[in-house]
Ligand binder design. Structure first.
Ligand SMILES: C[S@@+](CC[C@H](N)C(=O)[O-])C[C@H]1O[C@@H](n2cnc3c(N)ncnc32)[C@H](O)[C@@H]1O
Length: 150
């Protein structure tokens, strides 16, 4: 049995934060769980710019493809914004920590060049359920670390 795990969930929607709370309550009995209602882009940029921000062993980043919510200052477009989003998230990892980044945008192209200092492993084939093996474009997933050797 592992020790108590602490988690932080960031989502712009209170409805989905409540779902996350309910799911965690059903699955977890220990650890400290924080729920933050915020625009993830803004929150990540803010955390990444602070010297004393919390760092994480594991981050799951599953952003929407596109958003122009009234709660946001700018329009979010995964194809344009993924590099900055990934860099900000990786800067919040502890040494040896891992970021999993996923998207359902079928025409998504990972900007490997802009992320050349990072260890970016395509996990898509391993994360497609067998039922979807003939339709592998249902989602894409990468495992990302900062590669200090680059
Ligand atoms: C998990 S994403 C869906 C991503 C899906 N895999 C895709 O590629 O389209 C949906 C969640 O993102 C949340 N969300 C949308 N825009 C957001 C933002 N700017 N900041 C934080 N959460 C956001 C929504 O409230 C919802 O809970």
């Amino acid at each position: 049995m592992g020790g108590a795990k602490s988690t932080t969930t960031v989502d712009m929607s209170n409805t989905y934060l409540q779902w996350a709370k309910n799911n965690l309550a059903l699955n977890t009995h220990s650890g400290e769980h924080t729920f933050i209602q915020a625009d993830c882009l803004e929150w990540l940029a803010n955390q990444a710019s602070q010297a004393d921000s919390q760092h994480y062993d594991l981050i799951f980043l599953d952003p929407p493809t596109f958003s122009n919510s009234k709660r946001m200052d700018d329009v979010f477009d995964i194809q344009i914004d993924h590099v900055q989003l990934i860099k900000n998230a990786v800067s919040l990892l502890k040494t040896g920590g891992i970021l999993y980044f996923s998207t359902n945008f079928r025409r998504f192209k990972m900007d490997y060049e802009a992320l050349s200092g990072y260890d970016v492993e395509d996990m898509t084939a391993k994360t497609i359920p067998e039922d979807f093996s003939r339709n592998p474009k249902i989602h894409y997933c990468w495992k990302i670390k900062y590669d200090a050797s680059n």
